[in-house]
Design a protein around this ligand. Structure first.
Ligand SMILES: [Fe+2]
Ligand SMILES: [Fe+2]
Length: 502
């Protein structure tokens, strides 16, 4: 073994990874023309982005690293031959985009007491319906039945959590339904129930089976979350892709303009390895999940983070980028908390007053947040993710660097912002648009600027990361983003490719 090879293996082992034999072979083959050192560096960088951290370097990981290096190789960037400049696969395919739900035009709370009452009733009714459709929870009674002893001193009911207190190893949930209120005790002697209770937050709607104790106290025997059923998701018949962009933050000093331009070049077929160009050819949909611009006055002292302090100019610049997305692709846009639209969820589509230049730049389907679309038969739930930080701070065991688990929590709770009124503004509309009524095949968010993908009970979960480097604000908050990675969903298999443009 040459000294260079020995050194490369040493570097990988020192970084704490084992090396699979296939991976070693691939590493040697690919680097036979040189470039071993940069390849090893890229392998370690890619391995560092995988969740959970792998124990060993696989062949697949080496190939991915090699692809990234190709992408940034100057020779490929200027290679305009071959793929990408004839008719492209997605160009000849008819678009199949249907809007399933959109809050735009349906909003209008005045914030009165009655509106709050109606909002929480809508939440309770929608969630109750989910429980009533399930075999194991359809026969729920009421809190009042349980308090009066139910059958054999036990009762089963659907309730909303009004309050949660933890005292030592006991959790007390104050719950109510339309008629009554009760306190439910969860003790550690039932570890399964205790673990569920630890992760429950105020305002969540749950199903409880409880035994009557003294006075208005009930002791929980089981707690059931609304959950999504385990099932086979729908898929497209053709191999066609949706690219998930979010949190572009045009106007920010740390907008990753160069990386984002490379995404546009890749979509146009101008750059990429042969494999990546094959995928680009088949991209039919581009979904923009909010925070298209950095906005103004979104957080204290934002002005120091802005390169473009004018919101109109930010959208004018954004329009230039959006106009470069090939014409035959369908673009869907929803707002985020940095966009120029009401901040309370659900948000309507970004108004023309601000985003006019974006709408004039090409055909765009502009929807509110959250919204649902069907793309080639695949049901997408699009949500910017404004509540993700609240869920992270309120639920034990979740981690900012693992966005998929936070989104899995939302699916299990069947609600995008289970706890009302922390940092997430929610408009008390007549209807709770944040209940996950229909089970999506793909659930996508952004907002926390950390990309990730996974599958939960048949639903593909994707967080689309960001195109903004670390802001001073994030530095102060100790948040480390993972930008510059584009998730691309294969609508035939629902597999997600993470293409690194860094
Ligand atoms: Fe963002
Ligand atoms: Fe955001």
């Amino acid at each position: 073994m040459s000294e260079e090879r020995r050194k490369a293996i040493g570097t990988i082992l020192e970084a704490g990874f084992q090396m699979e034999s296939d991976a070693f072979k691939a590493l040697m083959e690919i680097s036979s023309m040189g470039h071993l050192d940069p390849l090893v560096k890229e392998v370690l960088r890619v391995a560092g982005t995988v969740e959970p951290r792998p124990a060993s370097i696989s062949r697949d990981l080496v190939l991915r690293a090699a692809e990234h290096l190709d992408l940034s190789g100057k020779t490929l960037e200027t290679d305009h031959s071959g793929l990408g400049h004839g008719r492209r696969f997605a160009e000849d395919l008819e678009s199949r985009l249907e809007v399933v739900s959109d809050p735009t035009g349906k909003l209008g709370t005045t914030g009165s007491f009655d509106d709050f009452l109606r909002y929480f009733r809508s939440r309770f009714d929608k969630m109750s319906l989910l429980f009533r459709q399930r075999m194991d929870t359809r026969n729920a009674g009421t809190i009042s039945d349980a308090l009066s002893g139910g059958s054999n001193g036990r009762g089963r009911f659907i309730c909303m959590v009004l309050d949660k207190r933890e005292r030592g190893d006991r959790i007390f949930l104050t719950v109510d339904d339309y008629e009554d209120e009760a306190t439910v005790l969860v003790g550690r002697q039932n570890p399964t129930v205790y673990e569920i209770a630890r992760k429950i937050v105020r305002d969540q709607v749950i199903y409880i089976q409880a035994r009557k104790s003294t006075g208005p106290l009930l002791v929980a025997e089981s707690i059931v979350l609304p959950e999504i059923p385990d099932r086979k998701p729908a898929h497209a018949n053709e191999e066609i892709y949706a690219a998930l962009v979010s949190d572009v933050h045009v106007g920010s000093k740390v907008f990753l303009e160069e990386e984002f331009r490379r995404v546009l070049s890749w979509l146009k077929g101008d750059i990429g390895t042969p494999n990546q160009r094959d995928v680009a050819e088949r991209v039919k949909y581009v979904l923009i999940g909010g925070d298209l611009v950095d906005g103004i006055g979104v957080y204290p002292r934002q002005e120091v983070d802005l390169a473009v302090p004018d919101i109109y100019e930010q959208y004018r610049l954004a329009a230039k980028f959006v106009s470069e997305i090939p014409e035959y692709m369908d673009v869907v846009l929803i707002p985020g908390n940095h966009d120029a639209v009401r901040q309370a969820l659900p948000q309507p589509a970004i108004p023309k007053d601000f985003a006019g230049p974006v709408y004039d730049s090409r055909k765009i389907t502009s929807l509110g947040d959250p919204a649902e679309v069907r793309l080639h038969g695949v049901h997408f739930l699009l949500y910017h993710g404004t509540s993700l930080m609240d869920i992270l701070s309120g639920v034990p065991g979740l981690d900012y660097q693992r966005p998929v688990e936070v989104m899995e929590y939302q699916l299990r709770a069947r609600h995008l912002s289970p706890e009302y009124g922390k940092m997430t503004p929610i408009g008390p509309e007549q209807e709770d648009f944040l209940v996950v009524e229909r089970v999506p095949d793909v659930f996508t968010s952004g907002h926390i600027h950390v990309s990730g993908a996974g599958v939960y009970r048949g639903t593909t979960i994707v967080n689309s990361g960001a195109w903004q480097g670390q802001t001073d604000y994030q530095k102060r908050m100790g948040l480390i983003p993972k930008p510059g990675i584009l998730p691309v969903v294969n609508l035939k298999t629902l597999d997600v490719k993470m293409i690194n443009f860094q």
